[in-house]
Design a protein around this ligand. Structure first.
Ligand code: NAD
Length: 244
């Protein structure tokens, strides 16, 4: 059976683990040529090894918050594959502190990865993507309803939704679709590395804790031609907690 991404070139940021790796696995299973982008070179190598042997994969170590690095990354993609059809802006950073303990540098670091990184890759997509391309931004339910101690993260994700809307408006003329997925709590290293989230997660019914592939399925839908008339959408994948 033909895959939805046969022959397409799909770039995933933050691809070394968690949701990004699950997205890469989905795309690989549906025929895409893959670009795995992450800051962590060792973890990137392990992620590559976890993909099917026959997958065509380019690994790029890149800090998404650095525009020159993002430009170099996309040049490498075009040199290797000659195209860029799908971009998934998934790289993200979360930090837990009471508001008064955050510094300006904390804010700039988080906004740099969670917001500017997505902008830099969307800009490159607009410059190089053919008609019919797709950008999917991995935001968070924190973009619309947040909890204490994650102020810069919640602000960055809310702004990412705004960027998604602007990109969708301007993407229409280029036939590039831009949409966002808003995950709830997903069992990934990001969740496990934050004791405060873990204590919150104890209150979540384990049945409601999402797995990375639950998000990957939504990302793959939005990136595929199945969603060819979906533009500027925000798809919440949280088991219904936001609508409580
Ligand atoms: P994760 O920490 O497991 O993965 C994030 C990846 O991003 C890591 O591999 C990390 O090395 C990479 N990264 C961080 N900074 C980078 C940079 N400057 N340049 C390139 N790569 C960088 O996290 P995850 O849980 O898989 O999260 C993926 C996305 O999903 C994030 O945007 C996160 O905000 C979002 N999200 C996660 C959850 C959750 O519960 N896990 C919920 C909602 C949204």
């Amino acid at each position: 059976m033909a895959g939805r991404f046969d022959g397409k070139v799909a770039l995933v940021t933050g691809a070394a683990g968690g949701i990004g790796l699950a997205v890469a696995q989905r795309f690989a299973g549906e025929g895409a040529r893959l670009v795995l982008v992450d800051l962590d070179a060792d973890a990137l190598g392990r992620a590559h090894a976890a993909l099917p042997k026959e997958a065509q994969v380019l690994e790029v170590v890149c800090d998404v918050s650095n525009e020159a690095g993002v430009q170099r990354c996309v040049r490498q993609v075009l040199d290797r594959f000659g195209a860029l059809d799908v971009v998934v802006n998934n790289a993200g950073l979360m930090s837990f502190k009471p508001l008064e303990q955050f510094t300006g540098d904390d804010w700039l670091r988080i906004l740099g990865v969670d917001l500017l990184g997505a902008f830099f890759f969307t800009k490159q997509a607009f410059l190089h993507m053919p008609r019919g391309g797709a950008v999917v931004n991995v935001a968070s339910v924190h973009a619309v309803r947040t909890t204490p101690h994650v102020a810069p993260y919640a602000a960055a994700k809310a702004a990412l939704l705004s960027l998604t809307r602007s990109s969708a408006l301007e993407g229409r003329a280029r036939d590039i679709r831009c949409n966002a997925v808003l995950p709830g709590a997903v069992e990934t290293p990001m969740l496990r590395s934050n004791p405060e989230v873990q204590s919150g997660v104890e209150h979540i019914d384990p049945q409601e804790l999402l797995q990375p592939d639950d998000i990957a399925a939504a990302v793959a839908f939005l990136a595929s031609d199945d969603a060819r008339h979906v533009q500027g959408a925000t798809l919440v994948v949280d088991g219904g907690r936001l609508s409580e």
